[in-house]
Write a protein that binds this ligand. Structure first.
Ligand code: UDP
Length: 471
């Protein structure tokens, strides 16, 4: 026996996440859920770089040590040790992984012979090596399904002549994304669609994803049927075997009841902000956080800072080290702004975001509309002000404002007067309307993650399917 009643002959799942904060966090949660189900062995294949960063949490390995059927292994991402690994170098990382990690993964599959592999949907080479080794591959797309659907439709957009854009009217309607034709404007498509030629790296990557995803054994998505039903129906025309098992962190909390210190953060969390929040009135604070990759100019920083300060609201702001691309000291910060920040603001380098969003003092979330941040906000019933940056975020912010009615979309603007107005709109003028939809969506998100709920059942189906692959 290989611990906890899982015989060596029991199914063995290999996880291979994209080495970025969001995908690693999601896959770790799913890996734990599979271990918890019993009778499944899990190997989690991190890049050396990501694994080293996770090990900085003193409790990280001991948390996973409670699963005798779980093991970590590490693999090279092909980049030199001192490489900065920022998202603007994403193409370099993907090229390095294709050249170096792909052959290593091939050897890994040959020697470990897992029952199935769960890999990030961005890895085309995962499909090649899985097919060579005869290992069923289930893609896990950690981006939002609404954006994934637009990726899958990029060939249609090209065929219809909607891509590349002709002319510079970003408000022109998009008509070739079935189901979303009266919703999307050019500006709501992933930002890389604004490239003037189809040889753009991200467009080519999306085209490859659109081809490879339907060829996998299945597709896992971090969403729930009640939120994304119409989009899931469309995606299932390409990938019939789609498992909607989100919000994964809610499902995780339902099945594991984790202690609050359960973090897969790549940065050290500054928990002092929780004590600051304790001292604030209910729903008085706007939380500002732009995730793990987005960067801004000093000009944008100052517009957001003034806009939020002028809204009269208290604010908790995550300023991730390196997230401002110029030196803040080069700009003049008025004594008045510093005084307001002292009185009404709190700034940290990295926050325990899930806990912050669950705090009663939080009244709204100014977010870059990353998919994990959006789901975390949904689960806590917090209305959003969206300032999307790239990839799936443009589509998500459109859905937040126009489909789910959970807040306002500031897309393509960053002006202090607009920010002040939008914060007032979400926290005062249209507060009741947004709170009502936020509470309804929160309820259905939580129900989907509870026993009998759609995501709970879909996870059970995934577990049963993996077990049946071993027979
Ligand atoms: N996050 C966090 N603390 C912070 C900022 C972000 O724990 O101060 C987490 C957040 O809870 C989310 C993830 O980082 O799970 C960000 O993922 P998302 O998909 O929203 O954006 P990305 O980082 O991929 O742009």
């Amino acid at each position: 026996m290989d611990g906890a009643g899982a015989a060596v002959s029991s199914p063995h799942v290999l996880f291979f996440p994209l080495p970025l904060q969001g995908p690693v966090n999601c896959m770790l949660k799913l890996a734990e859920l599979l271990c918890l189900a019993g009778g499944i062995r899990v190997t989690f294949l991190n890049t050396h770089h990501i694994h080293r960063r996770l090990l900085r949490h003193t409790d990280f390995l001991s948390r996973f040590a409670r699963y005798p059927t779980f093991r970590f292994e590490t693999i090279s991402d092909g980049l030199p040790e001192d490489h900065r690994r920022t998202v603007d170098g994403f193409d370099k990382m993907m090229d390095a992984m294709d050249a170096v990690t792909k052959p290593l993964l091939r050897d890994f599959l040959a020697s470990r012979a897992p029952t199935a592999m769960i890999a990030d949907g961005v890895f085309g080479f995962a499909l090649h090596v899985a097919q060579e080794a005869g290992v069923p591959l289930i893609y896990f797309e950690t981006i939002s399904p609404c954006a994934l659907w637009t990726y899958l439709c990029i060939p249609k957009l090209i065929e219809a002549g909607e891509l590349p854009f002709k002319g510079d009217d970003l408000d022109a309607k998009i008509t070739s994304v079935p189901g979303l034709d009266s919703l999307l404007r050019r500006r709501d498509l992933p930002r890389f669609c604004r490239a003037d030629n189809l040889s753009n790296y991200d467009i080519q990557l999306a085209l490859r994803e659109a081809q490879q995803i339907p060829r996998a054994h299945g597709l896992i998505l971090n969403t729930f049927e009640e939120l994304d039903g119409p989009v899931l129906t469309q995606i299932r025309t390409f990938c019939p075997n789609t498992y909607a098992i989100g919000p994964l962190h809610a499902l995780f909390n339902t099945r594991l009841s984790p202690t609050r210190a359960h973090s897969n953060s790549l940065w050290e969390e500054d928990r002092s902000c929780l004590a600051w929040l304790d001292a604030q009135p209910p729903k008085s604070v706007i939380f500002i956080s732009f995730g793990s990759h987005a960067v801004m100019s000093v000009h944008q920083l100052m517009e957001i800072w003034h806009g939020v300060a002028n809204s009269g609201r208290n604010f908790l702001w995550v300023r991730r080290p390196g997230s401002v691309v110029e030196k803040e000291a080069d700009f003049k910060i008025s004594a008045e702004l510093l005084e307001i920040t002292k009185e009404r603001g709190f700034i940290v380098g990295w926050a325990p975001q899930e806990e912050v969003l669950a705090h009663p003092a939080i009244g709204a979330f100014l977010t870059h509309s990353g998919w994990n941040s959006t789901l975390e906000s949904i689960v806590e019933g917090v209305p959003m002000v969206c300032w999307p940056c790239f990839l799936d975020q443009q589509v998500i912010s459109r859905f937040v404002s126009e489909v789910w009615k959970l807040g306002c979309d500031m897309k393509d603007t960053c002006d202090r007067v607009i920010i002040e107005n939008v914060v007032r709109t979400v926290m005062e003028v249209r507060r009741d309307e947004f709170m009502q939809s936020a509470n309804e969506t929160k309820k259905s998100a939580r129900e989907s993650a509870c026993k009998g709920g759609s995501s709970y059942r879909n996870l059970d189906r995934l577990i049963e399917d993996i077990k049946s692959m071993n027979i």
